[in-house]
Ligand binder design. Structure first.
Ligand code: NAP
Length: 494
């Protein structure tokens, strides 16, 4: 650990901060970038600079691909049992180090410590699930309809994978890719978001301690993500790009990958509707709305972005949500009492403010919050807006903040049409006591995931992903491993 990392650790009162970055992690070595430049990491609660990490160049990216290629044969031919044991060890170490890792996330991302603890538990589960799945990858065997041969299908690791992740879940978005890729037998290069690199490097140190061989996981940070990614995709040894982030960047990366016919998985933006019917359990719907809206202070791709409440329950729901949102404790992520931390950047706060101003100008009414908090840090208060019209920008764009826009509806047909009136299709929430209606509406909503009478759907054992402009492919469960494997068909004469 260098002295600034030590000072940070001391300041935070954490003795276990051996995991803070020593440099780029390439081929099992910690190293500075080829040109020695760095990227500053900011604590969004205070705006203080808390660390610096190396800014990788094209030369570093080439070194990472070389390292992943060098490690590839050994990893793909290692017995599945041994791979599984290493993945299991990653799970155990993450669980042992969970408090230090959660504090690090709260520090660099700003999310409330309680959310960060939840993220670590979720992130670690990807290692446990994939450790169990690594020894259960099967193939297929059958007879050709002609009867002349047998059809044997084997599932092979796809090859070297480039993984790109966003800042909003610095641990979970990485392990949701790394764990299945490793279980499938692939080696990887992770490029985490520039705002939250420390968690990615802390996890790299953990993989090393867990016995992941050098070069199997490589981590690099860069302020030139476009050129660095393009260079890696142009290397014919790279066969997979798995990206989580905004739809705009996802589109650009799909175009880049197309040049080299690289397989892509895309986890992109969302605009989740949260639908409450008159017959819903009001308290359960309010509890669910708080989770769906306020986990991570609204900085989640699955966050409830539009709340549609049927007219018979509308007033009670608006009042109940206002009460809950206005009583949330806003503060620094690392403060154990905080329920709503800061946004990631000032730019994010400004975007939220513009969306709220636009909605109010179009007729929405502020029930609580609604203006930027003064003082240091990137804070926006928990906000409830009612009577938000369909033409408000926030009905069509991701808010990515603690703002709950509510509007009323009359009929099932009407709310389905409004829910589907978006280019996105990641997540949706439905509250009703009528299971038949719940299933009927779920079937008609254009979305990869539905939470029925629940405020949360993420589960390492389930396929996470979207339709329309929300992405391609799935992460989690058996689907998650399949994204990192290629079917090989062998025709055998009999
Ligand atoms: P972003 O701006 O798209 O960035 C995501 C990642 O892509 C970062 O590592 C970023 O690096 C990198 N990147 C940016 N431009 C790139 C380029 N030209 N080539 C290669 N990489 C590039 O998204 P974000 O603001 O970090 O994250 C928020 C978005 O992610 C939201 O839209 C949210 O809905 C989405 N998200 C989706 C899911 C899902 O599972 N569907 C989960 C979480 C988040 P830098 O940080 O260095 O710019």
């Amino acid at each position: 650990m260098n002295t600034s990392s030590q000072a940070l650790a001391d300041d935070q009162g954490i003795s276990e901060f051996h995991t803070i970055s020593h440099g780029l992690y390439i081929g099992g070595q910690w190293r500075q970038s080829a040109d020695g430049r760095g990227i500053r990491v900011i604590d969004p609660s205070t705006e203080a600079i808390i660390a610096a990490v190396p800014d990788a160049t094209l030369e570093d990216a080439a070194a990472a691909v070389d390292a992943a290629a060098k490690a590839a044969h050994g990893w793909r031919t290692m017995s599945p049992r041994r791979r599984s044991e290493i993945l299991r060890r990653c799970f155990e170490l993450m669980t042992e180090r969970s408090e230090a890792l959660a504090t690090l996330i709260a520090l660099e991302n700003g999310k409330a410590l309680r959310d960060a603890r939840g993220e670590i538990a979720y992130a670690a589960e990807f290692f446990r699930w994939n450790a169990e799945a690594a020894v259960r990858i099967t193939g297929e065997f059958g007879t050709a309809p002609s009867g002349t041969n047998r059809i044997v299908v084997d599932y092979e690791p796809i090859g070297i994978c480039v993984l790109i992740t966003p800042w909003n879940f610095p641990a979970a978005m990485a392990t949701r890719k790394i764990a299945p890729a490793l279980a499938a037998g692939c080696t990887v290069i992770l490029k985490p978001a520039s705002e939250t690199p420390l968690t990615a490097y802390a996890l790299a140190a953990l993989y090393q301690d867990a016995g992941v061989p050098p070069g199997v996981v490589n981590v690099l940070t860069t302020t030139s993500p476009g050129p660095v990614t393009a260079a890696m995709l142009a290397d014919p040894r790279v066969r997979k790009l798995s990206f989580t982030g905004s739809t705009g960047v996802g589109r650009a990366l799909l175009a880049e990958a197309a040049k080299h016919v690289v397989s892509c998985s895309m986890e992109l933006g969302g605009n989740a509707p949260f639908i409450v019917f008159d017959d819903a359990d009001l308290e359960a719907a309010l509890d669910g709305a708080m989770v769906a809206k306020m986990r991570n202070a609204g900085e989640a791709c699955t966050a409830a972005n539009r709340l549609y409440v049927q007219s018979g329950i509308y007033e009670a729901f608006c009042d109940g949500l206002e009460k809950r949102m206005s009583s949330l404790m806003v503060g620094a992520g690392t403060d154990p009492d905080t329920e709503c931390g800061p946004m990631i950047t000032r730019k994010a706060v400004e975007k939220i403010d513009r969306l709220v101003t636009d909605a109010v100008a179009r007729g929405a009414r502020i029930m609580c919050g609604g203006s930027v908090l003064s003082g240091g840090g990137f804070f926006y208060p928990p906000t409830v807006l009612r009577d938000v019209p369909g033409d408000a920008r926030m009905a069509h764009e991701e808010i990515f903040g603690p703002v709950a826009p509510i509007s009323s509806f009359e009929t099932e047909v009407e709310v389905i049409a409004r829910a589907n009136d978006t280019e996105y299709g990641l997540a949706a929430y439905i509250y009703t006591r009528d299971l038949a209606r719940g299933m009927r509406v779920a079937a008609r909503i254009e979305s990869g995931m539905i939470a029925l009478n629940r405020g949360l759907m993420s589960d390492p054992a389930a396929p996470f992903g979207g339709v329309k402009q929300s992405g391609l492919g799935r992460e989690g469960g058996q689907h998650g491993i399949s994204e990192f494997m290629e079917a090989k068909y062998i025709a055998v004469t009999i």
